[in-house]
Structures are given as structure tokens and as C-alpha cells.
Ligand binder design. Structure first.
Ligand code: AMP
Length: 279
């Protein structure tokens, strides 16, 4: 496994890579969810590039950039064991050189939910992913369904900006308590970790109602809110049931065959997101 830190070296290495070439972008702080992405890429691609870049622009002023639990040596070991060929791990000024001004604006899908709670976040994600795509020039790009809105933003960017990259979704990896794995779990105390079980439980409450025929978004959302309200350590940021393609509220109870329930919750000071497909 080779570690590359500059775009020019990455471009030079890319010329000789066996195709199709897959990329797996990560912030570091790797866990079994990231490993699932790398394994899926390894199973299909001729070459696998993983990126290790703690992108500062996608963190808000009061967010956890400074304490983000990334450990470079450990992360490189995880990537090596997952069969990654090249790690692209640029320093910040390689991705944001002085005078850099261009951004990628996702439009309406980037303005709701995560985009509303974390202003500028989805624009920053789209912009850095575009840069990583241009640095690595992949045929395939692997993203987790855990970050469902991010996945849709990247899918649309690839389509709308004609990147010609196939964005491949990978199902959410959960722990034995059904908590969707996240680098941020290392912040949770044991009582908070137990409290975090309400996140998935609340989504399951909506799914149970859906399976029983309930199609009203307000009813489904209120079921999610009730479960979260039962846990004193949990504070709800949002709970919504949306159209999985547009992320707009799902409106026509009679017509839809599927929807997506999404939730963001803070447990103590840790913000967690999760989602579950309905139907
Ligand atoms: P991050 O390092 O948090 O930006 O995540 C890098 C990639 O891993 C993103 O595509 C995430 O959606 C994906 N990912 C993170 N957690 C999980 C998980 N529990 N299951 C599957 N994919 C995940």
C-alpha cells in the first residue's frame, strides 16, 4: 500500500492503476462501517484508493474538528488490512491552496436537514468530494447509507456535473445494540451509549407503523419523537419522513411505496444521525 500526499503524485500513480478504479473517501477515525466500504470496493474494483482527509471546511465553528478521533497510524493499518492499494492523504493546503475560492453548491437538497442544522456543511462536503474525485479520477465511488443525505448529494453532483463516476451505496453497519457505527461513538460515556439505543428504536417505531399501513408523515414522525422523548439524555434535532430521491417531506400518503425516515439526535454533547428505509 502506497501513501500519497500530493495531487500531482496521485495523478501520476493513477495512470498505471488497473481499472475499474474505486475511491473510498474518509475523514479517518476508521471503524467497521468504513471497512465495509473498502471491502465492497475491493470486491469489485481492479484498484482501490482510500482517502484520508479530515476536511476542516465541513465542520462548523462550534463543532468537534479539534478533537475528532482520527489516528493516522491506526487508520493506515485498517486500510492496509482492507486491501487498499493507495491512500491519498493530502495536507490541508494541498486541498485548499491559498487563493482557492471555488465551491460546489448542491442546491435544495443541500439546504434541508443536515444542511439546515449545520449551515454550509453540504456545500463543504460536495466541494471536497469534487476535489477528491478530481485528484483520484475514480470510476466508482463508495459511500455509506448511514449518511443518506450526503450520499444523495454526491450522487446528484456526479450526475449533474457529469463526473461520469458511479456512486455505489453501502448499507449501514451497526453494532450489537443496533447503533449505526460512527467515529463519534468514542465521545459517548457508557450511560450515553445505552441511551443512544433509542435512535434506532425510534426509527423502528416508524417502520412498524409503516408496515401496519400508516402513510401519514406527521404520524410517523410523531412516533419517532415519542420514543426519543422517553430518553432523558437524548435531545431531538430533527425527525422526518421524506421522499428518498428529493428529501422533501413525503406528501401523498396514497401514492408512495417507499420513504426514508431520518433522525438527528444529540446525546450529551454528541450529535448522532441515522436513517431507515420504509417500504
Ligand atoms: P466519514 O469518515 O464519517 O466521513 O465516513 C466516510 C464514509 O463512511 C462515508 O461514506 C460514510 O457514509 C461511511 N460510513 C460511516 N459510518 C458508516 C456506517 N456505520 N456504515 C456504513 N458506512 C458508514
Amino acid at each position: 500500500m502506497r501513501v500519497i500526499e500530493t495531487v500531482s503524485e496521485m495523478h501520476a500513480a493513477r495512470v498505471n492503476m488497473a481499472g475499474p478504479v474505486a475511491v473510498v473517501p474518509t475523514l479517518g477515525g476508521l471503524h467497521a462501517g468504513h471497512e465495509a466500504l473498502m471491502h465492497a470496493a475491493r470486491a469489485r474494483a481492479g484498484s482501490v484508493i482510500a482517502t484520508l482527509f479530515l476536511n476542516p471546511t465541513q465542520f462548523g465553528q462550534n463543532e468537534d474538528l479539534a478533537e475528532y478521533p482520527a489516528d493516522r497510524e491506526r487508520d493506515l493499518e485498517v486500510m492496509r488490512n482492507a486491501g487498499v492499494d493507495i491512500v491519498f492523504a493530502p495536507p490541508v493546503d494541498e486541498m485548499y491552496p491559498e487563493g482557492d475560492t471555488f465551491v460546489v453548491e448542491p442546491g435544495p437538497i443541500g439546504a434541508v436537514l443536515e444542511g439546515e442544522d449545520r449551515p454550509g456543511h453540504m456545500r463543504a462536503v460536495a466541494t471536497v468530494v469534487a476535489k477528491l474525485f478530481n485528484a483520484t479520477r475514480p470510476d466508482l465511488a463508495y459511500f455509506g447509507e448511514k449518511d443518506a443525505q450526503q450520499l444523495e448529494v454526491v450522487r446528484r453532483m456526479s450526475r449533474d456535473l457529469r463526473f461520469g463516476i458511479e456512486v455505489v451505496p453501502v448499507p449501514t453497519v451497526r453494532d450489537e445494540r443496533n447503533l449505526a457505527l460512527s467515529s463519534r461513538h468514542s465521545y459517548l460515556t457508557e450511560p450515553e451509549r445505552s441511551a443512544a439505543e433509542v435512535v434506532y428504536a425510534s426509527l423502528c417505531a416508524a417502520r412498524d407503523l409503516w408496515d401496519g399501513g400508516q402513510r401519514s408523515a406527521p404520524e410517523l414522525e410523531s412516533a419517532i419523537r415519542d420514543v426519543i422523548a422517553s430518553e432523558r439524555l437524548a435531545t431531538l434535532c430533527y425527525a422526518v419522513v421524506v421522499d428518498p430521491e428529493t428529501f422533501e417531506p413525503h406528501k401523498e400518503p396514497g401514492a408512495v411505496s417507499h420513504a426514508l425516515a431520518l433522525i438527528a439526535v444529540t446525546i450529551g454533547s454528541t450529535r448522532l444521525i441515522d436513517n431507515l428505509r420504509l417500504g
